[in-house]
Design a protein around this ligand. Sequence first.
Ligand SMILES: Nc1ncnc2c1ncn2[C@@H]1O[C@H](COP(=O)(O)OP(=O)(O)OP(=O)(O)O)[C@@H](O)[C@H]1O
Ligand SMILES: [Mg+2]
Length: 395
Amino acid sequence: MTEQKQTKMPSKKNRSLLYQSQKMEALGTLVAGVAHEINNPVNLITYNIPLLSKVWQDIMPVIESQAIDKKNLKFGGLTYDFLKENLHKLLSDTEMAATRVAQIIKDLKNFSRQSNVYDIEPIPINLAVRNAVRLAQTTLKNANVQLEINLAEDLPQINGNIHSIEQVVLNLFINAIQAINHTQGKIKITTGYQHKDGQVFISISDNGKGINPQIANRLFDPFVTDKQTEGGTGLGLSVSYNLIKAHEGEITFSSKKGKGTTFIITLPIAEKRARAKILIADDDTFIQDLLIEAIANRKLYRVENAYNGIEACIKLGSYRPDLLILDIFMPEMDGLEVCRAIKNDPELSDLKVIITTGFPDHPKLKEVSKLGFDTVYIKPFSLNTFLEEIDSLLS
Ligand SMILES: Nc1ncnc2c1ncn2[C@@H]1O[C@H](COP(=O)(O)OP(=O)(O)OP(=O)(O)O)[C@@H](O)[C@H]1O
Ligand SMILES: [Mg+2]
């Protein structure tokens, strides 16, 4: 086994994921140290500036009340008249700059926090999306961009921190707004559930300028930005990356120059939904085994089987599936009779049924479809298409 393990090299994709996560960890440690060192002096500045401002406000009336020659009065080489006009503004500009540095430190701390997302609880991602969109209202209005939101109903919750997810969506949303450099700007935010792997997703698409290819492969690294002149720090995506990793999720993007960009976040759900139940009624053991294995493998549904119509009818009552996969030709009681029994039972009115048969032209099939059972698969059918049909019926 050890030998096997050693010879099994990680795939190229896994290697690059591993590399990315090791790099992020190292950067995180470095950044946490820097943030910590800068934090205290910046705090000192942000606390002292308002005090200085207040001192100046108190001094001014005292100077005004003195009958001295104010024209030649100078402090630090600056005339009193100039200071009277500008000192307040100089101090408030300095305060603004210090607040910006404090914000950057906060982002850096967030970035370096790695996997420590606090206050984890079951949360609905749609709420995080709505909050983020609300927070970005002013930016959105100023940019004159059209927004389309499609939030899937009845999504399972994720285990996470609502503020973290909000922050990620906000970062991606603001980036999307900033990427639009024409007047026909459109942003689309979609949420949904992926049956395949039990994950929810948030997708944010824009029709902006697309990601600059020169930075595309470093996009999640801190300080990677092409918005230096507009005051971008290049921390938005690296913070987002770490927050999503801390939720055991993934964040990916695709982009076309001049056409737009889509970011997709996928997150594992808090607990898998109660698994839907499927009953397979077919007398052909080969088909039974094939379907049971394919369906059970996906771990999304519970499966039971029946070898004829009578057994199927009994299990419809006791096991009560959400979906019945029904063969037409079976001994004792055939599929058509099962369909009639279903029609006569109001308890089964919402039961989904897929008919399978090897005889597409048989009159019984027409009878079945007259009863309203018209999802039919003619054997042999493609297993993948069949599984997709099951997913869509049970979603
Ligand atoms: N939707 C997008 N379309 C095009 N480029 C994008 C998009 N999102 C991100 N980028 C590119 O990725 C870079 C990094 O984004 P990130 O959010 O990390 O930093 P920033 O937006 O530059 O600055 P900050 O978010 O810290 O204010 C951006 O400068 C931009 O070049
Ligand atoms: Mg950004």
